[in-house]
Each structure stands twice: as C-alpha cells, then as structure tokens.
Write a protein of this length. Structure first.
Lengths: 447, 447
C-alpha cells in the first residue's frame, strides 16, 4: 500500500479541489436547494473512477447508485448521502457556508464533515488505488442518497425495490470522527427511532379560562397522559417497551466502557451540574449508547406569549422521540403506545407517526469488523474506539441488518467538526488520512 | 320616578349620542392607544352632571375620579373603566370597531358592552335625575380606571393611597348583562385569581435529542411537576389549597341553582360531548361559579413547528391560572405552591406571579343588595337572576370587601353582546332601561 499512500500524498491538492467543488454546491434537502445539480456532480466525480453510475428514482430525491467491478466476487458497498443540513443560523458562520474556505489547515463548509468529506475520501481512495494497481481487488457499490438530513424517508423504498443493488458482503457506513486524542471512531450500530406527535383536542376554539371549571382542558389531559408514559426515574411505563431488547454482552459493555466521554466538559458545555439520575462512568455511557429513550422534543398549547392571558386552550400537542435499541420494533411500540393511551381513557388522543426506524447492530465477529479495526493503527498510529452503537439514529437497518449485511462506519470528521452547526469543518490532515484508510480497507477486504 | 323615566325617554337620542361619542374614541390599554384622549372625554361628560372630576395619577394610567354632593350623608360609588380590549381579529367585524354603528336596534363598538355603555348609563341617569329633581338624594362617587382590561395592576395602589376616595356606603360594580329570557343579572361577587408562570431550565441551549438519554429534560420535569399539582379528578393537590374556603350557604346554593345555564347550547357552541367529570345541573353550576380552578392557559417547550425535529429543549414554561373563591388568599396559595414544588425536588422551578387578586363576595343582607334586587321588576318586568359570584375574576375586592363596602354589579349588556370578541354590541333598549334602572337605584338608596 506504500505506493498508494505516496500517490495520495502527491495528489492531495487535487483531491482537496474535488472536495471543494462538491462542497461549493449547496444541496439542502429540507429546502430542496441544489439537489439535481449535486447529484450530477456526484455522478461526474464517480466517472473519474470509471464507476457505472445512475440516478435511481424514488418517491423523493433519487439515489445516486454506482458499481465498479473488481478482481474477486467479494462486494463492499459504501453508503453516503449528497444532501446536507440547512446552513442557518447563517450569521454565526465565519465564512460563507458554501465557499469551502480553507483556514488553519481546516476546510469550512456545510456538509464537509457530514458527509461530503467521507464520500470524496472513498472516491479518491479508489482513484489512487486504480492509478497504482489498475483494477480493484473487490467489487464496489456506492449507494448515495439525497434525503438523509430529512430522515431518509425513501431509503427503505429504494432498498426494497432494488435488493440486487443493496446486496453486498459488507457495507461501509457514511461517517464517523476522530477524537481529540487522535483515535478513530469505528461505529458498529445506531439506535432506532419512533417519533410521534400526540394531539389532544378540547373545545372547538380557545375559550375564556373561567370555563376551565367545567370544560375539558386538552393541556391537562396531555400532561396526565404524558405522565403515564414515563416516570421521574426515567422508566418508560408502556407495557412491553423493554421486553424484546437484546441486552449487551459483557464484551459489548467493555467496548462501551472504553469509549471516552469527558463528563466534566460535557456538563460545562451545557451548564449543568449533573447528568440525569446522577449517572457517571459506565452506567452513564451504557445509558447514552445502549439504552432506549423517551424524550419530549416539543410541547405546545394555548397562549405562550408574554405576560398573562386567561385562556382555556382548544388543543394541545407534544412531540416525543423514542430512541430504540436492538430488538425493539418501532411498529410494536407504536401499537403498545396506542393501547397504553386507550387503556387509560385517552383513546381520543391522536398519534401522528413520523420516521419509524429500527436500530441496527453489526455482529462483532463479522469479517468487515475485523478488517476495519485491525488496520486502523497503520494510518492513525493508535487503535480505534469501537462504538457498539451511536447515541443517535440513522437508516443503517434498511441497508444492513435487514438484509444480513454487516455495516461499519468511519469518516473524516473530528470532535470539533460542528456537524449540523455553524462553521462545520474538517481537518485537511484527516481528509488525507481518510483517503488512505478507505484504500487500505478496500485492499484488506480483498485479501 | 315616572318623571325621570319620561325625561329619559324624551332624551334618549341625546344619551345615545353621548355613548357614540365615547365609543368612537379608541382606548386600548394593552396597546396604549387613546388613553389620554378618552380620560378627557370622560371628564367632559362628567361635567354635564356637575361632577367635580380629576385624574388621579397612579403608576399606570390615571383613575378618573369624580364626586357629586347630594342631599344626605349616604354615599354610593360607581366603579367603571374607560379602557377597552384590543379589537382584533379586526377582519371579523361587520363594521369598524370604533364607528359605533347602529343596526337593527343595536349599537356595535368595541367596549360598548364592556363597559362604556354601563358608564354612560350611570352618567345619563344622574343627568335625568338632576333635570327633574335638581339635587341627588345621595352623594355619588365615580372611580373610573384605565387598566381593567390589562388586569387592573394599579387599582389597589389607587385605593390604598386614597382611602377617602374609596370610602362609600355601597358600590355599584362595572357591568352585567340581561339574559336571553330578559332577566337582569345582579352580581354579588367575583372569583379571585393567582396567575403564575412556571419556568424550568435544562441545558444552556437546545441540544440534539439523543442526549435525552443522559441530560435532564425540562419539559419532562414540567410535566411531572404539573401532574403533581392536579389529578384527573380535578382535585388540586397543593396542601392547604381548599382549607380556608368559605363554603356557600344553602341560601347561596339556591341562588346558584336558579341561574340559567343552557347546557346543551354551551356544549354545542364548543363542540363538546360532555362537561368536565360529566357534571350537569346544580353541581355543574356550583363548580363554575363557586369552586376554585387550576387551569393550564399555555405551555411551551422545544420544537413546535411542522414535522419532526429531534431536539432536547433547553427550557419549558407553563402558564397556570388559579381562580380563587371566598376565603382563599392568593399570597398563601403562592407560598403553598412554592412549598409543594420544593418538597418534590422542583426547587429549581421558577415561579413568576402576575396579578394576584382576592375573590370578593358581598353580604346578601347588605342594604344595597336589597335596594337593587327589590327594584329590578319596575324596569325589567321580571325579578333578576342573582349571581352569588361570577365564574370570572375582577378587581372588586380592592374597592369593596377589603374596605367593608358591599358591591353589586349590573349593566346594559346581553348574552349576545360578544364581549372581548368581534361585533361587540348592546341593544339600545337595554341602554335606555339601564339609564332608568341606575336612576331608580340612586333614588331608592337615598330613602
């Protein structure tokens, strides 16, 4: 691989230019800005590595799909996305979010960390490999969707309609980061999600609050219904919620324990005195990475302006996200939630569901896991931190566990990459290392 | 009184013009529109009845105060207000809210029912009485504040600084209405109020909701805290909340039972199937008029827009109004609320208090009660409905019960007067009857 690494070092300015070009093209799925143009650029950049690409239509933005034939029948697929988060609040950016400005060894752009940098690193890795060795040792597929930042509403549709395109021996997931102490995060799973909005209706209009004496108050009913869902010990009270959870093994807990979570910094950042339930150490990390949640994301009813207004609200709404772990079926939990409310006299509360997603977990003994983990030191000089699961959610399940395909995530971001925030950036050094590491993984997986 | 009534009938067009003039002048306290101009017009109209008026300054809008000397030492005070509610939603008005247009025997204007009509009826009554008899049989005082529609924040300050101006043998309260079956409501009390906003803080900023696993969620803490305040049987769980309530006597309950509450119409209007707790009949009316409440008027936290946003809110707020009844001290209940929250680990929840108001109740055997009730039939051909207390709140306490002054309310509105709503109106017939009745009360109270 020495020759490949040297080729990458010699051509890094070109690879940085490729990245800048992609980052300069806005691609905000939430606002439908630049999606068509971006898919075109991605296809063009895939042509640099002789990939046969196409835009596979879905009910939403098309998936850019590409294949490259290699020397063996082994196939590795790469999942990435060409859409990015909106750039606001724009006034907090130190340079234009789509200028892709380089300062102090970093490139600043919306989407550069999440995840145009990781996508280009993979394309460039293949480019360098081909320049040095010609054909790849394995078949490679790219599945590059355009709706990840709006919850991947049509990725499952794509996968179900094109199982042949999804088929692979292993998958490399979109992204990841390098910790402050320079170690690569290798991700072997994500949490799932059930996101619901509960809506309670009262009178047909807001009414003078003196009538609160005799008319039902939807805000109170929502409070009581919510109180029945989770107690202040953080226990979710929906029957069956915890039943099918696959508990982490000792080996998995050991991996969780090895993860670095700087508790003091995190508390300082958010100006809090303690974590929930006064947790720290392994129990804190276990809760963050391996346990399900039930979080109120938003609640609204009645008058919320300045001062006093005496009104009995006509309606009350809450948004709740359940982060799910391995074994939990979002559809089953939705049914149990319905039953829970019905059983307590809240059968009038409407449940609107958004984006049900299964958790996904890759077997620790899958080949790709060994291939990735064992080769990190060659590029990063230190072993990786292995994330059994992220605390967050992604659509990994519909491309991997659902089809029995192991998936491993790594990328080119870092702890200060400001993902989803102003001044998103990556270090150029990490980008170059990311290209080398992707090449190494392709090479090793072909052995 | 026949001569007085005849004078009123002969001059009713002039009295309507006086009302139109006052209604044409906007006086929206919430927006500080026209307050100075309106106070001036009120003073001018008081000069028609040879009242010595002045504007008594407070920390807010001045109180227009006036006195007229009569033939005895007995003094009757009138409480009114020269401010009105904002007119929005303006698009739902059939004529300009400040045009004071007459259509089908009604005069339409913001504030005509609440309560410029009642104020003018009293001025006109005195005018007619003076024209026929010269001097009044009693001393009369007017206390006309300019902040009733924003919660009378400085009326108590006025009363405490000017006990000599408040002093009276009896008080006539601002307003009231005539029912659909033509009977006058005579009001002998109002509920009090403690309006609070509870504020819970979490992290210093909104955070990705995956952190809901380990960081405190202020929305959840607010839900649990609220749930501890009132259960779904509508029982307020704050210690001591009900302790000092003066329970209604059988006589009072009888008066409540006589009130007409068209349950079917009310449910239809609000598109509801049942009243709270399936109440009807006397228990429903007792709850509405004689029992305290704890009503969520508004609640807000986190993301409340369309669709899904996965955010852990930094803050949660709720507005709660407690309508209080005779015997309940808002300050004591505020202290008990603080203790209730502290005892349950919610000592970090901030309580912001607005407008604490005592309930007020006039003794049934006060002279003015008899004077008013016994003379209703002469004008309205039917006995009144006696409201022991309104379901709503007003600043009656600080001008009456606090000083041992009995207070009785009646006015010129009706059930379709659209108070605080578009197309506010009164019937011209009710205005004329209101003038006659005010004259009759002055005459009888002087006997």
């Amino acid at each position: 691989m020495k020759k490949v690494y040297e080729y990458i070092d010699r051509n890094k300015d070109m690879y940085i230019k490729w990245l800048i070009r992609l980052c300069k093209q806005p691609s905000i799925a939430a606002q439908n800005i630049g999606m068509v143009e971006t898919a075109k650029i991605v296809e063009e950049q895939l042509s640099y590595i002789n990939a046969e690409s196409e835009q596979v239509s879905t009910s939403g933005n098309p998936v850019v799909y590409a294949e490259i034939q290699g020397n063996t029948k082994k196939t590795l697929s790469f999942y990435n996305h060409y859409d990015v988060q909106p750039e606001d609040p724009i006034e907090l950016w130190d340079s234009d979010p789509f200028a892709a400005e380089i300062r102090n060894g970093r490139i600043y752009a919306r989407g550069v960390a999440d995840n145009k940098g990781a996508l280009l690193a993979r394309i460039c890795a293949i480019h360098a490999y081909q320049k040095v060795y010609g054909k790849l040792p394995i078949n490679v597929k790219f599945i590059i969707e355009g709706e990840e930042e709006i919850g991947s509403p049509h990725l499952e549709e794509f996968a179900d309609n094109h199982p042949d395109k999804v088929k692979a021996d292993a998958n490399i997931w979109e992204n990841g980061m390098i910790t402050n102490d320079g170690r690569l995060h290798v991700t072997l799973g994500v949490k799932g999600m059930l996101y619901v909005e509960l809506r309670v209706k009262g009178a047909s209009m807001d009414v003078h609050s003196m009538n609160g004496a005799v008319l039902e108050n939807p805000a109170w009913r929502l409070v009581w219904a919510l109180n029945s869902l989770k107690n202040d010990k953080e226990e979710v009270l929906i029957e069956g919620f915890y039943d099918n959870i696959v508990q982490p093994t000792d080996e998995e807990l050991k991996l969780v324990d090895e993860l670095q979570l700087n508790e003091k910094d995190m508390l300082e950042q958010y100006e809090l005195d303690d974590f929930l339930l006064n947790l720290s150490g392994l129990p804190l990390k276990e809760k963050l990475y391996m346990q399900p949640t039930c979080t109120i994301c938003g609640i609204e009813s009645g008058y919320t302006g300045e001062g006093a207004k005496t009104v009995l609200p006509a309606e009350a709404k809450v948004k709740v996200d359940f982060r799910l772990v391995d074994g939990q079926d979002p559809q089953y939990i939705l049914e149990q939630l319905r039953k829970h409310l019905d059983d307590r006299g809240y059968d009038d509360i409407e449940i609107v569901t958004m984006s049900p997603v299964f958790a996904s977990k890759t077997d620790l003994d899958a080949d790709i896991v060994k291939t990735v983990i064992d080769n990190v030191e060659e590029i990063y000089d230190m072993p990786p931190y292995v994330m059994r699961s992220t605390a967050g959610t992604g659509p990994m399940y519909v491309l991997s566990q659902k089809f029995g395909i192991p998936s491993v995530g790594f990328g080119v971001g870092n702890e200060a990459s400001m993902v989803h925030a102003p001044n998103e950036n990556i270090r150029l050094k990490d980008y170059v290392n990311g290209i080398k590491f992707a090449a190494k993984v392709i090479d090793e997986f072909g052995k």
